[in-house]
Design a protein around this ligand. Sequence first.
Ligand code: ATP
Length: 147
Amino acid sequence: MPVLPDQITLEIVTPERLLFSGAVDEVSVPGVEGYLGILPGHAPLLSELKIGEVMYRQEDTRTYLFCSWGFLEVLPDRVSVLAEIAERAEDIDVTRAQAARERAEKRLKSKDPETDFQRARTALERALARLQVASKASPRGLAAGEG
Ligand code: ATP
């Protein structure tokens, strides 16, 4: 009988950098058909990623990242997230994301026939996902700071 792996080796990369590489107990990613929750021993699959939140869990600690488009490869003991853009929750500039949200909302209300609504909708989706992920940033950075 095949032995089930008890952890997953997760790698999260963008064309620019490696954001995470290590052993985790669980991963959740925004697949194009909805969020995928992956535990060790998951059946192999390939999926496209959409805009959303990547979460990985190591024991009781959950870490959150924003991602925007890319690919996901799942093997029973390995998950690779290849994202076009990804940011750790702690690295998200909340003021910038709020400004992007306001810009996009204004465009979506515009009566200007030149408005690219699809572009405004995806900009809004990115901004909202960034704000959601940023709200889950670990307080560790703050606790360690001068606060
Ligand atoms: P903006 O309108 O503020 O540029 P955007 O959604 O159009 O937002 P993207 O095209 O998704 O931006 O990203 C462009 C680059 O800027 C990427 O490297 C991305 O990581 C970075 N970036 C965008 N918004 C933020 C943010 N709020 N915090 C941190 N990095 C950001």
